[in-house]
Design a protein around this ligand. Structure first.
Ligand code: ADP
Ligand code: MG
Length: 388
């Protein structure tokens, strides 16, 4: 479903309470019993709860589940989007929602404005949206995912991306400034730029190539490999006065440590992505071989291991492991490899989360394929789902 902020204004304080209650109840229930929603919302009995639930269901923020064994609702991605927007609005990070500027396979990108009118970027992670039919995926792993566990993974992706952006920015790497993060979303600086893929001509390809390879090596020196370093994740920003262009690196949820067992493979893939692109787009091939992984990590600064530092932040080892399991099962799609996956836009295909079929709101309990489950998500712990 598309993010539409108009509804935000029409929700009453009570509706918000009920939506928040569904989110809280989702901690332990894929389908949150209506009685529990009422209890958490503190609106015992009364018609108020039912009225709010009806409003939320009509807007597609909560949904019923087909063949449910008891009366209840689950949170949809739309609901999670709204809760996030509301949090960002309350903390004065975001004032208004603008146009969608990117539809990634596993994210949506919007321009938003802060209360002073400054434009920013809102990224919403959407893990589980792509169809995995064409990917060499671990199907059991995917089949057993519930909506809640996709949301959990999307949240981990946002947390990880934010944690890495913070340390990279602090260390002077050319990345957007991270501004806020909540649930499956993050807010960052808007880079006025063109993605490298859309640039047909550069005045000095050798110089740009050198800068990009330096960036890969600099990352390795602080213990990191981007893992998806390609023309889609590099934005070329031109200084309006000097006309000097600088590459800005984005998109970090698949970032990995140089101590990862396949680190060399990922490092080489990043290097080769750039080589292939420069040869295809600019007919440029460097005379110099490399850079090589072994050389890059030789003089790693032991006191500046950002991979280790991030592990010590809110993005815990357990979270990293959960996200890694997803990456191993399907891999974050390498965007340079366009034909390996497709966005889930076929309403008849129910391999992954239902929230993405546009017609979900009307379908209500008719189309939902999920089964009723009263158990906690295997990978959701109290601490991980606590309000941020
Ligand atoms: P995905 O995980 O879907 O690939 P990205 O973070 O790579 O998400 O963003 C997708 C696209 O959105 C980028 O290719 C770029 O065009 C645009 N974009 C993302 N972040 C920014 C930003 N901070 N400033 C400007 N454009 C951005
Ligand atoms: Mg990207």
């Amino acid at each position: 479903m598309k993010l539409d902020s108009r509804q935000l204004r029409y929700l009453t304080a009570e509706d918000w309470r009920v939506l928040t209650a569904v989110e809280m109840g989702s901690k332990n229930h894929e389908l949150v019993p209506t009685v529990l929603i009422a209890q958490i919302a503190g609106l015992r009995g009364g018609s108020g709860v039912h009225k709010s639930i009806a409003t939320l269901a009509k807007s597609g923020l909560v949904a019923k589940i087909k063949n449910a064994k008891y009366d209840g609702y689950r949170l949809t991605y739309g609901g999670l989007d709204y809760l996030s927007l509301n949090t960002l609005r309350k903390q004065d990070t975001v004032f208004s929602l603008g146009n969608q500027i990117g539809v990634g396979k596993e994210s949506d990108i919007y321009v938003v404005a802060d209360p002073t009118g400054k434009q920013l970027v809102l990224k919403l992670h959407r893990l589980g949206r792509i169809s995995f039919r064409t990917v060499k995926a671990n199907r059991d792993y995917l089949r057993n995912r519930t909506t809640g566990s996709w949301m959990y993974l999307s949240r981990l992706a946002a947390m990880k991306e934010y944690a890495f952006m913070q340390v990279l920015k602090r260390e002077g790497f050319p990345v957007p400034e991270p501004i806020a993060q909540t649930r499956h979303t993050l807010v960052m600086e808007l880079i006025d730029s063109f993605p490298l893929r859309s640039i047909d001509n550069v005045s000095n390809p050798l110089k740009l190539y050198g800068e990009l390879m330096d960036l890969i090596v600099r990352l390795a020196k602080v213990g990191l490999i981007h893992g998806d370093f390609n023309e889609f994740n590099l934005l070329i920003k031109e200084d309006p006065v000097t006309k000097k262009s600088t590459p800005i690196l984005i998109d970090f949820p698949q970032m990995l440590s140089t101590t990862h067992e396949n680190a060399k493979w990922y490092f080489d893939r990043d290097v080769n992505c750039i080589k292939r692109f420069f040869s295809r787009q600019f007919k440029f091939t460097s005379d110099e071989p490399g850079p090589f992984f072994e050389d890059a990590i030789k003089d790693t600064d032991k006191n500046k291991r950002l991979d280790i530092e991030v592990e010590a932040t809110g993005f815990s080892r357990k979270m990293a492991k959960d996200l890694d399991r997803f990456v191993e099962a399907v891999g974050f799609q390498n965007e340079a490899d366009e034909d390996t996956a497709e966005v889930q836009d076929d309403p008849d295909s129910h391999e992954v989360d239902q929230d993405y079929s546009e017609d979900e709101e009307e379908d209500d309990d008719e189309e939902e394929e999920e089964t009723n489950s009263q158990t906690a998500h295997e990978d959701q712990t109290e601490e991980e789902l606590a309000e941020q």
